[in-house]
Each structure stands twice: as C-alpha cells, then as structure tokens.
Write a protein that binds this ligand. Sequence first.
Ligand code: ATP
Ligand code: MG
Length: 341
Amino acid sequence: MRGMTNAIVVQGLVKRFGAQTALDGVDLTVAEGTVLGLLGPNGAGKTTVVRILSTLLEPDAGRAEVVGLDVVRQAGEVRASIGLTGQYAAVDEYLTGQENLEMVGRLYRLGKRESRSRAAQLLERFELTDAARRPAKTYSGGMRRRLDIAASLIARPRVLFLDEPTTGLDPRSRLGMWEFIADLVSDGTTILLTTQYLEEADRLADRMVVIDHGRVIARGTADDLKAQVGGERLELTVGSVEELARAADALRSLALDEPRCDEQTRRLTLPVTGGAATLAEALRRLESTGATVLDVGLRRPDLDDVFLTLTGHAADDERAGAPSDDDAADRTPATAGGALR
Ligand SMILES: Nc1ncnc2c1ncn2[C@@H]1O[C@H](COP(=O)(O)OP(=O)(O)OP(=O)(O)O)[C@@H](O)[C@H]1O
Ligand SMILES: [Mg+2]
C-alpha cells in the first residue's frame, strides 16, 4: 500500500574520493509508491547517492537498502529490482531505438519475444514508434532521453532512479516527461529523482531532500520547505517616490514587518498573511492615498527562493559542463542492467 513501507532506506552514507568527501553522512527514506526529489547544487552529491543506491559504487560507511535488499551485500538482487536513468544518456548510437531496447531486455534475461514486445510497447508509450528503425545517432536530444528512460523501464522495475531526467529537454518534452513519470507513480513505482529544476520537484515529488556538500540541509514537503523561508509577500510598484512613502504608511499596519521600499524601482515589499483578503484591503487603502499603483501582487516563496536561502546560490548556477570520464559508467546500459555480474 502506498506509503506503508519504505522502498529505500539510507543511513549515515559516507563516500570519499581521495581527500574529497562527496557524501558526509546522508540519511533518507522513500516510502513505497512515492517520489522523493533529491535536490542540491552542482557537486552536492546527488549522483553519488544514485550510484550507490543503484550498486554502481560502494559506500565507505553507512548502509543503504532498496526494497529491503542491501545494496552492497545483495547487489545482484537490487539490480534486478531497479531501473536507472543516469545523468548522461546511455544509448548505443549505432543501434536503432528498437534494438537498443531489445538489447536491454536481453540483459535483463527477458527472452527474445518478451524483449521485442516490451520494446515495441515502450517505444509507443514514449512516442518513438516512428523512429524505432532509425539508429539512435539520428535522434534528437529529447528522443535519446526518452529512449534512455524507456530502457530503464524494460524490466518493470519497482524502484526507478532518475538522475536529472529532463535536463536539456525543451519545455514541451519536459511536460511530456512529467506525464510519463506521473503515470509510473500511479502504477505504483517508487521514484528517486534528482533535478535542478525546482518546478519539476514541486510538480512530481511528494517529499524532498536538499543536500549540499554531501550533507542533508533540509527535508520535507514543498510546503514545509517554502514555510522555512517565510510566508507570503505583498509587492507593489507605484508611480513616484513620494507615493512610495505614502503607500508604505498606509500599509504598514497590515505588514508583519517593516515594509521595504526601493526608490529606484519604486517598489514596496511587505511580508503579510491573509492572502486575497489582505490584498483587497491593501488595494482599498492604496486607493484612499490616491497613489498610482502600476503593479501589485501577492507572492509566495517558490522553491527557487528556498534554494537560494538554503544554499546561498540559485539552482541553475554554474550548470554542469561536459561529462567527465568517470561518468562513462552511467552511460553503458550493461552497467545499469540487472542481469550482469
Ligand atoms: N569518481 C569520482 N572521483 C572523484 N571525485 C568525484 C567522483 N565522483 C564524484 N566526485 C566528486 O564528488 C562530489 C559530488 O559529486 P556528484 O556527481 O555526486 O554531484 P551532483 O550533486 O550529482 O552534481 P551535478 O549537479 O553537477 O550533477 C563532487 O565534488 C565531485 O567532484
Ligand atoms: Mg549529478
């Protein structure tokens, strides 16, 4: 039943690369049938968590279980239960879409017929049927990404790891991907998703864990995290600097804290509660001051505000550049495949 047991349990996970501590004691759980969004700036340790949970890397300390199986001692069984879509697409350029999926099916020991029908089914679902007979090297970035995710679903995994599943997709493809992911969840799949798109986490994740420098710095629902950085704000722009002062005087008693005035932009910002009723009251008061209101709105903190507050920098600062050699491990389906080793 949804949320009754944990599909993923991580305790005190530590991973070092030489002198560098990539994970410094990470704890997290993911309830069965739910989505956990793992967020954090570049280099925070997200991919390292995913690689340990998908058995591609061994931790230096701590433990992790996926569907009740230890990722180190029962790595083979873990691999048979999971799907992984790495941060960089794991697609064989010279094989067609159909062949790519059939190959992965065979790696999972699905049998020829089953591999073929599962491949066709997934190509259809990811809108790749028309391109099924073309080599993957002719695919666009979005098509490769879809093929890659299709490959991770071949063996109907109970737990799916998606490392930045929509990075590099255009907005329409991203929306499509969100729908696919939502469908998987409604079918009961447990998902751990890393992303730098906070809107994506907001949309898809039941709970979020934010890491930075290998440590968990916040966790909870999107609302919990937003509440941590503060409540709603009334923001308005008036016609002149004198009006700014008058507006501030009129609205001061509605604010939880001293209104902030920016004379340059003639913008007034005040922390408030009460939502639309407060907005209506503010507009009545402004009208009585005779000030020209050019723009007014109620703003709630979004996850971008959360991220900025927690980590001191925006989510999409210094986006990752080219993949390093080490990421090659994520690129071969064989490594992620369940039946190998
Ligand atoms: N194989 C490796 N050898 C050495 N250092 C590594 C290795 N893999 C990861 N690291 C380091 O560990 C830290 C965490 O890296 P990781 O790839 O987990 O971050 P991330 O949160 O996925 O970042 P991004 O958002 O850029 O994908 C980084 O400082 C990285 O340089
Ligand atoms: Mg990463």
